[in-house]
Design a protein around this ligand. Structure first.
Ligand code: TA6
Length: 293
């Protein structure tokens, strides 16, 4: 299918009725629904579906930087580009295709690539929907240049929630983190699961490969599994910042939380010919069925 700018979208479905929709604009997952047709990813009602900016919501691919620490655009350029479908993707290790529907997307540098990041790369993303409705996004970055390059990476993932003040995030307690709201000051998270009552923008370092977001009101738990992505960025703009964003509703911060599997503190360096893989898998399960990570 196409969006209203004429940009292609791919829809994946499983036999139970779950679905995922991916836009070639940014390779962004813009919808993920369970078998009852309920949307699991947040998208703003004010989202702007127009090049060159990424739509506010879903899962955007942030490469070659996550955040805004260099002269590159915030979260890198990959999410603002038009990707192609890769019909000839090389085999992906440890990916069992049985029962899955999936699509392979590809981004290569274009002629207008920023002078501040003049590297030869191939970025491949496979988005897959499994029989149980789980969504996986697997990215591969290959250096096809004669020189090494470094990058950071993130899956900017907007989870749809009933009420942020009723949400618990488990798996990040006692970790070291950098607080983007305080000049990246480093501190150690205390005690119990994370709960939310004000703006948050933190990079949790060396995190476990499985974390869980519990939405009590909906009795739903998001289980987030990741590989190759040591950090987790947790973001909610809260009231004041929401009002300052043109593509975000004033009250919408209550219905979302970004929990982003990322490699941000220590950039990844690839020598010529080397490849890096970063995997994210999301499950949304009834809280009563959720086993601990
Ligand atoms: O989720 C991490 C983060 O980079 C935050 O630091 C915050 O700036 C947010 O994303 C904004 O994302 P945006 O899509 O507006 O670039």
């Amino acid at each position: 299918t196409k969006d209203w700018n004429g940009i292609d979208q791919v829809v994946l479905r499983n036999p139970q009725g779950a679905s995922a929709r991916i836009s070639l604009h940014g390779g962004q997952v813009i919808s993920w629904r369970n078998d009852l047709g309920l949307e699991l990813l947040f998208s703003s009602s004010k989202a702007i579906f127009k090049s060159p900016k990424a739509m506010r919501g879903g899962i955007s691919i942030c490469f070659p930087q996550f955040g805004s620490c260099s002269s590159l655009e915030q979260q890198g350029f990959a999410r603002n580009k038009i990707w192609t479908i890769d019909d000839d993707a090389p085999p992906l290790l440890n990916f069992d295709i049985r029962g899955k529907s999936f699509v392979d997307l590809l981004l290569k540098p274009g002629d207008e690539e920023p002078k501040c990041w003049p590297h030869g790369f191939e970025l491949r993303v496979r988005v897959s929907l499994a029989l149980d409705g789980n969504l996986a996004v697997i990215s591969r970055v290959r250096n096809i240049n004669g020189k090494p390059f470094s990058f950071s990476f993130g899956y900017h993932t907007y989870l749809s929630l009933s009420d942020i003040s009723e949400v618990r995030l488990e798996g990040l307690e006692t970790l070291d983190c950098l607080d983007n709201l305080c000049q990246r000051e480093r501190f150690t998270e205390q005690g119990d699961a994370l709960t939310f009552e004000s703006e948050v923008d933190r990079v949790y370092l060396s995190s476990p490969n499985c974390i869980a977001v519990l939405d009590h009101e909906r009795k739903r738990t998001y289980v987030i599994r990741k590989e190759g992505l040591p950090d987790v960025v947790v973001w909610n703009p809260w009231e004041k910042k929401s009002k300052a964003m043109a593509d975000f509703g004033d009250e919408e911060y209550k219905q979302m939380l970004c929990v982003d599997g990322a490699a941000v503190e220590k950039p990844i360096t690839l020598k010529p010919g080397e490849e890096w893989t970063g995997r994210l898998e999301l499950a949304a399960v009834p809280s009563s069925f959720c086993s601990d990570c």
